[in-house]
Design a protein around this ligand. Structure first.
Ligand SMILES: Cc1cc2nc3c(=O)[nH]c(=O)nc-3n(C[C@H](O)[C@H](O)[C@H](O)COP(=O)(O)O)c2cc1C
Length: 406
């Protein structure tokens, strides 16, 4: 089943059910453009045989970065720099979609000390994030326009689809959540109002790219925080999305404050008992989504075994399998996996032994591997965990300094 094609509502066909989910690359040049390394990285991923590759966060506003190494699609003059990336990424007949995103209050202080957000509620994590300014109506309209512009650039450059990032605590997810959106105008309050920005962007982007261009939305099943965006609310948003023209709904979960999408490891730390029994940790939520929506559904997080992927596809729990980390640590095995020759993509576990550092160490480890791949180097499994845990802070600082000077 994993190797069968799928036809999307817009008419596009994806050659199989395996999707490389978004992973931020952090390797743009000082003008926020893609570099040759993007092509190197994505050509290798294209050669894995996966049906669809989704890029890491491509930001729509260079003042609101998820990483100082983000690409920003805000100027058509960049097209000659972007096109080679799109070409290399689809060299094996696969689709490649751009994940367009705005970080809102999750933009770190190296980029801006006063990020824009729905409300002035600061993200408190290691002192890295400034107090946000609540967006004015005009600023909200500008954000809608910037998503449309990024969509136009993506299509012109040769990418074959888009994903609007409304998960993981970034701007659209901040609008959806009652803990970060306490607005009293048409953009806050009821779940309809909190969804308005996502739905408005979706409609405008659809107008821009036309009926036959794939659009996906990445949505949280929940924020996993007290008073945050709940599964019930997420299902309300799914019902609204079901009435719109979208091609793939991807489910994930968590925010910077609660990194739910990252926590799957050999020990299954912090994952609910019911979910732990099955390897993909948002799969229980998929059933509830199916009850309220007919949208093609993709779940990301934890899928590792051939039999399990086929089982959930065959019994109709999901239509597409999203995977991220195995595209770093098990890249050589993906094509065998698609053919059923490799039955398990084993999780890589990196531990510092200090609980507070574990997330940062994993993040640093994967970031360093992606940078290596972009230079044509191979996976380096044995990296110092403590250095990995500090790497991103140094890297982000250095990269943002270079960009500020230019
Ligand atoms: C290095 C790295 C970077 C990531 N960057 C993004 C990103 O840019 N956008 C996004 O939506 N998710 C991002 N994620 C989350 C993944 O898409 C995915 O949801 C998560 O890793 C769980 O899937 P997995 O268990 O197959 O790795 C990232 C994950 C990793 C490991």
């Amino acid at each position: 089943m994993i190797s069968t094609e799928i036809r999307l509502p817009c008419g596009a066909i994806i050659k199989n059910r395996l999707v490389k989910s978004a992973m931020t690359e952090r390797i743009s040049n000082r003008r926020f453009e893609p570099i040759k390394g993007h092509g190197v990285l994505y050509e290798n991923w294209s050669n894995t045989g996966a049906g669809l590759l989704i890029t890491g966060n491509v930001v729509v506003d260079r003042k609101h970065l998820e990483s100082a190494g983000n690409v920003c699609f805000d100027d058509e003059k960049m097209l000659p720099k972007i096109e080679p990336w799109a070409q290399a990424a689809k060299s094996n007949g696969n689709h490649v979609w751009v994940q367009i995103s705005h970080s809102g209050r999750q933009t770190n202080k190296f980029s801006t000390t006063r990020p824009l957000a729905p409300s002035e509620i600061q993200l408190r994590k290691m002192g890295l994030f400034g107090k946000p300014k609540a967006m004015t109506e005009a600023q909200i309209q500008d954000v809608i326009k910037s998503f449309v512009k990024a969509a136009r650039i993506s299509k012109k450059a040769g990418f074959t689809g888009l994903q609007i990032h409304a998960a993981h605590g970034y701007l659209l997810s901040q609008f959806l959540s009652p803990t970060t959106n306490i607005r009293t105008d048409q953009w806050g309050g009821s779940i309809e109002n909190r969804s308005r920005l996502l739905i408005s962007i979706l409609r405008e982007v659809r107008k821009e790219v036309g009926a036959d261009f794939p659009i996906s939305v990445k949505l949280n099943s929940a924020d996993f925080q007290k008073g945050g965006f709940t599964e019930e609310e997420s299902l309300e948003v799914v019902k609204m999305l079901d009435k719109e023209k979208i091609d793939v709904l991807e489910i994930s979960g968590g925010t910077y404050e609660k990194l739910a999408f990252f926590l799957m490891n050999e020990e299954g730390v912090e994952i609910r008992e019911s979910t732990k029994k099955r390897e993909a940790y948002f799969i229980d939520f998929a059933r509830k989504v199916r009850e309220v929506s007919n949208l093609p559904l993709m779940i990301t997080g934890g899928f590792r075994s051939y039999d399990f992927c086929n089982e959930v596809l065959e019994n109709g729990e999901v239509d597409l399998i999203g995977m991220a980390r195995p595209f770093i640590t098990n890249m050589e095995d993906i094509s065998g996996f698609l053919q059923g020759e490799v039955s398990l993509l084993k999780n890589f576990v990196l531990r510092t032994g200090i609980k507070q550092f574990e997330d940062a160490a994993e993040g640093g480890f994967y970031a360093r591997q992606l940078i290596r791949f972009s230079k044509g180097k191979k996976l380096k499994p044995n990296m110092n965990p403590l250095w990995c845990s500090m790497f991103l802070i140094f890297y982000e600082f250095r990269k943002s300094m270079v960009k500020k000077i230019s």
